[in-house]
Design a protein around this ligand. Structure first.
Ligand code: T4K
Length: 370
C-alpha cells in the first residue's frame, strides 16, 4: 500500500548544495533587490532557455500581470485567451483592467483553437494571450500571422513549458513575451518564482522598474508598480535546480512513457501526445475520460485512486468562465470543447522521482474500472 502519493512533488537539490549556494548571503547580508544571485541566475536562465532577454519575478502570476501592464493597454481593452487554464491567466487580465474574451480550445491538444481567433477580434482587441497548457505548444505560426494582420500583441502563458522547444526554437522566443512559472509544483522551481522572456529591451526595462514599485532611480518613480522581485534565496534555489534540470526531465520522460505504455490501449481514455517537432518537459500527465466508452466517469476514477492513497487533480476544472467570481459574466457554452474537457480531465501523479511500480499500480487501478 503506497500512502500519500500526491499529484506532484517538488524537486530539490541536496541540502548541502543549497547551503553552499546561500552561505555567502551570510557574509554579504544582501538578501533581495536584484543581488548577486539574482543576476547570476538570470544569466544562467537566459542561456538555458536560449532567449534574448529575461526578467525574474516573484512568481508566474506577477510575471503575467507585469507582462500585461508593461504593454500600457487602455483600460477596457480586450485580450483573447482561453478558459482552460489555471486561475492566474484570467485573473491577470482582469486585474489589469482588461477584458478577457474566451476562445475555445482544440480537442487534440487543449491549446487555443487558432481558427476561431479572428471571429473574436473587435476594434477593442489589443492582444492574444494563449496558454501552452500542460506544455503543449500553441500553433505559434498561425497565431503570429493573425496578430500581425490585426496589429495585436502576443503574450504567451508559458507557465508549463520550462525548457521546451518547438521546431528547435526555445519556447520563450515565441510572441512578444512569454511568462514562466517556477512554482514549487513545476518541472523547474525556485520555491516560488517566475520570469518574462521578451524581445524589446525597452519593454524589459519597464518590467524591471514595475517589479520594484516603478522606481527608475532614487528620485524618479515613473510607473505604478508593485513589489514582485525575486529574492536571493529563491534565485539560489534556481541556480541549484538548474544544474539538475536535464536529469529531471529525462526521468520524467521515463514516467511519461510508462504511463503511455500502460494506458494507451484502453478505450475511452485520451492521452496527451507529444508531436515530433517538440522537445517536451513532460510537465503533466492528463487523461480525458469518455465515460460512455470507458465505463466510469473521471470523478469515479479520481475517487478510486484516492481510496488507494493516490492523489490526482482536475487541472483544469472548473474552467475559468465557470469560477464563482466570473459566473454570469461569461458564457461557457461558447467554449464547448473547453467546458467538456474540464468535465472529463484528470491529471495523474507526475514527478521525476515517482517509483515506476507506483505508476504501474496507478494504471492498474484505473484499468480495473474498465
Ligand atoms: N499560468 C498557468 C497556466 C499556471 O498553471 C500557473 C500556476 C500560473 C500561470 C501562475 O504561476 P505561479 O504564480 O503559481 O508561479 C498549483 C500551483 O500553485 C500553481 O503554480 C500551478 N499553476 C497550478 C497548476 O498548480 P495547486 O493549488 O494545485 O497547488 P497545491 O498546493 O494543491 O499543490 C499540488 C501538489 O503539489 C500537492 O498535492 C503536493 C505538491 N506540492 C505542493 C507544494 C505547495 C509539493 O510537492 N511541494 C509544495 O511546496 O496550484
Amino acid at each position: 500500500m503506497n500512502d500519500n502519493i500526491l499529484v506532484t512533488r517538488s524537486s530539490m537539490p541536496e541540502l548541502t548544495e543549497y547551503v553552499d549556494e546561500i552561505s555567502e548571503l551570510w557574509e554579504t547580508h544582501w538578501l533581495t533587490n536584484m543581488g548577486v544571485k539574482h543576476e547570476q541566475f538570470r544569466s544562467m536562465l537566459k542561456e538555458y532557455l536560449n532567449v534574448p532577454q529575461i526578467e525574474l519575478l516573484t512568481n508566474g502570476h506577477m510575471a503575467l500581470e507585469m507582462a500585461l501592464q508593461a504593454c500600457n493597454f487602455e483600460e477596457g481593452s480586450e485580450v483573447i485567451t482561453t478558459p482552460f487554464t489555471f486561475a492566474s491567466t484570467t485573473h491577470a487580465i482582469v486585474r489589469n483592467g482588461l477584458v478577457p474574451v474566451f476562445c475555445d480550445i482544440k480537442y487534440t491538444d487543449y491549446t487555443i483553437d487558432e481558427e476561431q481567433i479572428e471571429n473574436l477580434i473587435t476594434d477593442r482587441t489589443v492582444a492574444i494571450l494563449p496558454v501552452h497548457v500542460y506544455g503543449n505548444i500553441c500553433n505559434y505560426r498561425r497565431i503570429s500571422e493573425i496578430a500581425e494582420k490585426y496589429g495585436l500583441k502576443i503574450i504567451y502563458d508559458a507557465a508549463h513549458t520550462f525548457g521546451e522547444s518547438v521546431d528547435s526554437i526555445g519556447v520563450g522566443n515565441l510572441g512578444d513575451a512569454s511568462i514562466f512559472s517556477f512554482h514549487a509544483t513545476k518541472v523547474f522551481n525556485t520555491i516560488e518564482g517566475g520570469a518574462v522572456s521578451y524581445k524589446e529591451p525597452e519593454y524589459g526595462q519597464k518590467i524591471y522598474t514595475l517589479k520594484n514599485f516603478g522606481i527608475r532611480d532614487e528620485e524618479i518613480v515613473d510607473g505604478i508598480g508593485a513589489n514582485a522581485k525575486m529574492n536571493e534565496f529563491c534565485a539560489a534555489m534556481g541556480i541549484c535546480n538548474l544544474r539538475h534540470i536535464d536529469d529531471e526531465i529525462a526521468k520524467r520522460k521515463l514516467v511519461y512513457e510508462r504511463y503511455f505504455d500502460n494506458l494507451s490501449d484502453i478505450p475511452g481514455l485520451k492521452l496527451n501526445t507529444i508531436p515530433d517537432n517538440v522537445r517536451s518537459n513532460y510537465a503533466y500527465f492528463p487523461i480525458v475520460v469518455d465515460p460512455e466508452v470507458f465505463g466510469s466517469t473521471r470523478d469515479e476514477i479520481k475517487d478510486r485512486l484516492a481510496d488507494n492513497g493516490i492523489g490526482t487533480r482536475k487541472y483544469f476544472y472548473p474552467i475559468a468562465s465557470e469560477f464563482d467570481c466570473y459566473k454570469n459574466v461569461y458564457d461557457s457554452s461558447k467554449t464547448p470543447v473547453a467546458l467538456d474537457t474540464g468535465n472529463k480531465v484528470l491529471t495523474l501523479p507526475m514527478y521525476a522521482d515517482i517509483d515506476i511500480d507506483i505508476v504501474d499500480r496507478i494504471c492498474s487501478i484505473i484499468r480495473k474500472g474498465n
